[in-house]
Design a protein around this ligand. Structure first.
Ligand SMILES: Nc1ncnc2c1ncn2[C@@H]1O[C@H](COP(=O)(O)OP(=O)(O)OP(=O)(O)O)[C@@H](O)[C@H]1O
Ligand SMILES: [Mg+2]
Length: 164
């Protein structure tokens, strides 16, 4: 990578705490209205990364997998954190208008398992893909900033968690 700012990075973490740290770095920079899609198989660290975002926002409630409620709102914080998990959403439920975006405009919206509702999300968003590797505590984390406004931050994360 050269000195010009990029809107895509691929990095790696070797412990859950490092993935939390990436979440914190993001959380310190995110702005109300930002949308973050977290993709990746079970156990890749989507919730772990969201917990880091929550820490940066000073969220007072517990951030965990909101599997049974679809959307958890953490409003005791610097900026509200809306944490969605669409894993259990069926195609049928998906045909009902989802107000996720409208309902979270004043805060940061983080969505685990967004694939089933992909079409409701605008072009402008941050997409994060987490993947397992052959090492059990290692994750590959790819971050794509479609806002094109977090280049400096991505650069910083890349420097700290560069994939060897
Ligand atoms: N480098 C790493 N990054 C993130 N988590 C890691 C890492 N190494 C080990 N882990 C462990 O992997 C697990 C990740 O769980 P987490 O709930 O964050 O995954 P998830 O992607 O949200 O899964 P689900 O799809 O079930 O919601 C935790 O137990 C965490 O401690
Ligand atoms: Mg999860």
């Amino acid at each position: 990578m050269n000195n010009s700012l990029n809107n895509f990075i691929k990095c790696k973490t070797t412990a859950a705490e490092e993935t939390t740290k990436i979440g914190q770095m993001l959380g310190n920079a995110l702005e109300p209205g930002d949308i973050i899609l977290l993709k990746g198989e079970m156990g890749t660290g989507k919730t772990t990364l969201t917990q880091g975002i929550g820490q940066a926002l000073d969220v007072q409630s517990t951030v965990n997998s909101p599997t049974f409620i679809i959307l958890a709102k953490h409003s005791k914080s610097k900026i509200p954190l809306y944490h969605a998990d669409l894993f259990r959403l069926t195609e049928y439920e998906n045909s009902i208008e989802l107000d996720l975006i409208e309902d979270s405009k004043d805060g940061i919206l983080v969505i685990e398992w967004p694939e089933i509702a992909e079409e409701i999300f605008p072009e402008e968003k941050i997409e994060i893909q987490l993947s397992h590797t052959s090492n059990s505590n290692e994750r590959t984390i790819e971050i794509q900033d479609n806002y094109n406004k977090y280049g400096a931050l991505l650069n910083k994360i890349y420097k700290e968690f560069q994939k060897q």
